[in-house]
Design a protein around this ligand. Structure first.
Ligand code: HEC
Ligand code: HEC
Ligand code: HEC
Ligand code: HEC
Ligand code: HEC
Length: 183
């Protein structure tokens, strides 16, 4: 009676050993995929203070970089200030309630308190400039923004998500790359 469990245990131990011995070989061939906690996406954020639609403004022909000019040369893509909106809305649709809110903020010299959608913690280093230089597209990390009236977080910013793209692109996954001292 006592023997069966012992030989079963031996079999398991051999299997584990065999797995580890061959594991190194097969791991090197399989693409690396890091797994993290399950996330629920898209993740809605609180309503924006002004009902701004990316879809409508993309349809007008405005490029992403016209309002997020920081993306190519800086860490932060940045958000547009009211002057950039008023170039058109000083005259255009000035009687609309949502545009009136915009004009009012502009007149008072206040920033619009846009609700943030994408954000990584302070101990993570992320720069738009280097990703755009490497040829990454806005849509890979933010989804089809030009088709959205209201933005929600559609693409993960988890550590495993970052690392999976880095592995796929053969970019570094050293801890110090994203967790630099002083950041
Ligand atoms: C190049 C000109 C231009 C710029 C710059 C611009 N808009 Fe617009 N905006 C438009 C046009 C054109 C429409 C109408 C689009 C439509 O209805 O299809 C519009 C529509 C809107 C509306 C909807 C108004 C309504 O009641 O239907 C809001 C709100 C708005 N814009 C806010 C903004 C904000 C905020 C900014 C700056 C971040 C901005 N716009 C920058 C041209 C512009
Ligand atoms: C007319 C100006 C304008 C244009 C053009 C524009 N955006 Fe925006 N963007 C804004 C404003 C205003 C906000 C803040 C309100 C919101 O989140 O909808 C914003 C927010 C965002 C955010 C969320 C930022 C956060 O809070 O984390 C992303 C991502 C973004 N834009 C990407 C894009 C992309 C990609 C394009 C091109 C397809 C684009 N934007 C074109 C004005 C613009
Ligand atoms: C490799 C992924 C990646 C790409 C490509 C990317 N973004 Fe982002 N974006 C992020 C992350 C991550 C954040 C949050 C950054 C933070 O919290 O500091 C962010 C934040 C933003 C924000 C909020 C304001 C800011 O600067 O933090 C805007 C606006 C934005 N992105 C627009 C864009 C636009 C426009 C493009 C294309 C020109 C783009 N992004 C390309 C990952 C990306
Ligand atoms: C869609 C693919 C993709 C995603 C998603 C992505 N990266 Fe990257 N990242 C790259 C590529 C490609 C490079 C290599 C760029 C180069 O060769 O300089 C890179 C380089 C970097 C670098 C080194 C260059 C620099 O800016 O100092 C950092 C740091 C970095 N990524 C952080 C992040 C973080 C943090 C996230 C998640 C929030 C992330 N990345 C998500 C593709 C991605
Ligand atoms: C490509 C970028 C990237 C690399 C490489 C990376 N991290 Fe992270 N790390 C992140 C991001 C992004 C977060 C924040 C995730 C979030 O928003 O919850 C994070 C979060 C963390 C946290 C906080 C706890 C958690 O899980 O959220 C720890 C601890 C951590 N990383 C350690 C490490 C270590 C150790 C390594 C090396 C094995 C490493 N990281 C490599 C991007 C990276």
């Amino acid at each position: 009676m006592a023997r069966a469990p012992v030989s079963l245990l031996k079999t398991i131990l051999y299997a584990v050993l065999l797995y580890h011995l061959t594991g190194g070989v097969s791991l090197a061939q399989k693409p690396v995929v890091y797994k993290g906690k399950k996330e629920k996406l898209p993740l809605a954020v609180a309503p924006q203070p002004i009902a701004f639609s990316h879809k409508k403004h993309a349809a007008v022909g405005l490029a992403c970089l016209q309002c997020h000019a920081g993306a190519t040369g800086k860490t932060q893509a940045g958000l547009p200030n009211t002057e950039q909106c008023m170039v058109c809305h000083d005259a255009m649709m000035a009687d609309r309630p949502e545009v009136k809110k915009l004009a009012e903020a502009h007149r008072r010299g206040e920033k619009v308190k846009w609700v943030r959608v994408y954000r990584v913690p302070d101990f993570v280093f992320f720069s738009h400039a280097s990703h755009l230089k490497a040829g990454e597209q806005c849509a890979s990390c933010h989804g089809p923004v030009d088709q959205r009236d209201v933005l929600a977080k559609e693409i993960s910013t988890s550590m495993t998500h970052c690392m999976n793209c880095h592995a796929a692109r053969k970019a570094s996954n050293d801890c110090s790359l994203c967790h630099q001292l002083g950041h």
